[in-house]
Design a protein around this ligand. Structure first.
Ligand SMILES: NC(=O)C1=CN([C@@H]2O[C@H](COP(=O)(O)OP(=O)(O)OC[C@H]3O[C@@H](n4cnc5c(N)ncnc54)[C@H](O)[C@@H]3O)[C@@H](O)[C@H]2O)C=CC1
Ligand SMILES: O=C([O-])CC(=O)C(=O)O
Length: 328
C-alpha cells in the first residue's frame, strides 16, 4: 500500500538554494523513495519573486516526479505552513563579500518571528523545522521562541554543511574515502567560531587523530578552512554556497526523519543543558537519530582546547541571542 503524502514547506523557494533543493525533495532523496510529498512553497509577495516561483513550479511539473503529488505557491506563511509536516526555512538574505553572518541578523531576524508565529498557529503539531537562512542558529532560536505551542525540540538549525565540509577536509588530508568517516562532531554556531572536532573520529576504523597526528594542522589549517569555507565560496563564486547547502539540508532532514543507524551527525538543536551549554541555546551537537528523534551523544571528554573553542562559539551565540531579545 502506498504511503500517505506528507506536506513539505520550503521558504525562499525561488532562490539559489531552493533551486538546488526542491527537485531532490520531489525525487524522494529527502524522505525516501516510497514517500509521496506535497510541496508548499513560500516566496515574498513581490511580482518578480512570485514569477520566478511560477517558473520553478513549471520545471517541477516538467520532471513528472512520481512522488510529487501536489505543488502549492504561497506568499503568506499562514497558508504556506498549513498542516505542514516538515518546514525548511531557507528564505532570507544571503551575505555578500566582506560580510559576516552576524551582519545579517538585523536584516533577517524579523522574518523568523513572523514565520515562527505562523508555524505555531497552523503547522502540524509534530512539524520538523530546519532553519537554513543565516544566521541559522539564532534564526532558529527566534522561530522556536515565537512558537510556544510547539515542542522546542522540533526546531533545528543547519550545521550539517560544516560537518560535511569537515569530513571532506579529513578525507583529503588522510587520503581516504569520505564514506569511511564516523564519529565526527561540530560544536556550536554555524559561523567561523564553530568547533569541528575529530578527536573521536575514525576513518575505516582507525583513529583520525592518530592518523593525522598534527595539532598545528588542526588549529592552523583545518579549523580555519572549515570555518571560513562559506566566505571562500563567496569569494570564488561571487555568490554564497547553494548546491552544497541544499545537499546538507537534505542530509539533515533525511537523517532526522529516517534515522542514522547509530552513526553520528551534527545538528543545531536547542540545548538541554548537555556539556554545560545553557538550556535552549541553539547549539551544534553530535547526535544520533532514530524513530524521528535525535539524541545528543553523551559522555564525550572535553579537553582544555575543546572547552576554549566551545566557550568561544557559545559566547558568540549568547551575544546574538541578546541582540534579538527585543523581538521575542
Ligand atoms: N546554514 C547554512 O549552512 C547556510 C545558509 N545559507 C543561507 O541561506 C539563505 C538563502 O540563501 P540563497 O538561497 O543563496 O539566497 P537567495 O537570495 O538566492 O534566495 C533567497 C530567497 O528567499 C526569498 N525570501 C526572502 N525573504 C523571504 C521571506 N520572508 N519569506 C519567503 N521567502 C523569502 C527571496 O525572495 C529569495 O528568492 C541565506 O540566508 C544564506 O546565507 C546559505 C548557505 C549555507
Ligand atoms: O557563508 C555564507 O554566507 C553561506 C553559508 O552559510 C555557508 O556557505 O556556510
Amino acid at each position: 500500500m502506498s504511503k500517505k503524502p506528507v506536506r513539505v514547506a520550503v521558504t525562499g523557494a525561488a532562490g539559489q538554494i531552493g533551486y538546488a533543493l526542491l527537485f531532490r525533495i520531489a525525487s524522494g532523496e529527502m524522505l525516501g523513495k516510497d514517500q509521496p510529498v506535497i510541496l508548499q512553497l513560500l516566496e515574498i509577495p513581490d511580482e518578480k519573486a512570485q514569477n520566478a516561483l511560477k517558473g520553478v513550479i513549471m520545471e517541477l511539473e516538467d520532471c513528472a516526479f512520481p512522488l510529487l503529488v501536489g505543488i502549492e505557491a504561497h506568499s503568506d506563511p499562514m497558508t504556506a505552513f498549513k498542516d505542514t509536516d516538515y518546514a525548511l526555512l531557507v528564505g532570507a538574505r544571503p551575505r555578500g563579500p566582506g560580510m559576516e553572518r552576524a551582519d545579517l541578523l538585523a536584516a533577517n531576524a524579523q522574518i523568523f518571528t513572523v514565520q515562527g508565529k505562523a508555524l505555531n498557529a497552523v503547522a502540524s503539531r509534530n512539524v520538523k523545522v530546519l532553519v537554513v537562512g543565516n544566521p541559522a542558529n539564532t534564526n532558529a532560536y527566534i522561530a522556536m521562541k515565537s512558537a510556544p505551542d510547539l515542542p522546542a525540540k522540533n526546531f533545528t538549525a543547519m550545521l550539517r554543511l560544516d560537518h560535511n565540509r569537515a569530513a571532506s577536509q579529513i578525507a583529503s588530508k588522510t587520503g581516504k574515502a569520505v564514506a569511511g568517516i564516523e564519529k565526527l562532531a561540530v560544536w556550536g554556531n554555524h559561523s567561523p567560531t564553530m568547533y569541528a572536532d575529530y578527536r573521536f573520529a575514525t576513518i575505516d576504523g582507525q583513529s583520525v587523530k592518530t592518523l593525522i597526528n598534527d595539532e598545528a594542522w588542526n588549529r592552523d589549517v583545518f579549523l580555519p578552512t572549515v570555518g571560513k569555507r562559506g566566505a571562500a565560496i563567496i569569494a570564488a563564486r561571487g555568490l554564497s554556497s547553494a548546491a552544497s547547502a541544499a545537499n546538507a539540508a537534505i542530509d539533515h532532514m533525511r537523517d532526522w526523519a529516517l534515522g542514522t543507524n547509530g552513526k553520528w551527525v551534527t545538528m543545531g538543536i536547542p540545548s538541554d543543558g548537555s556539556y554545560g551549554i545553557p538550556k535552549d541555546v541553539m547549539f551544534g551537537y553530535p547526535v544520533t537519530c532514530e524513530g524521528g528523534e535525535y539524541k545528543i551523544v553523551q559522555g564525550l571528554e572535553i579537553d582544555a582546547f575543546s572547552q576554549e573553542c566551545i566557550n568561544k562559539t557559545l559566547k558568540e551565540l549568547t551575544d546574538e541571542q541578546d541582540g534579538v531579545k527585543h523581538l521575542l
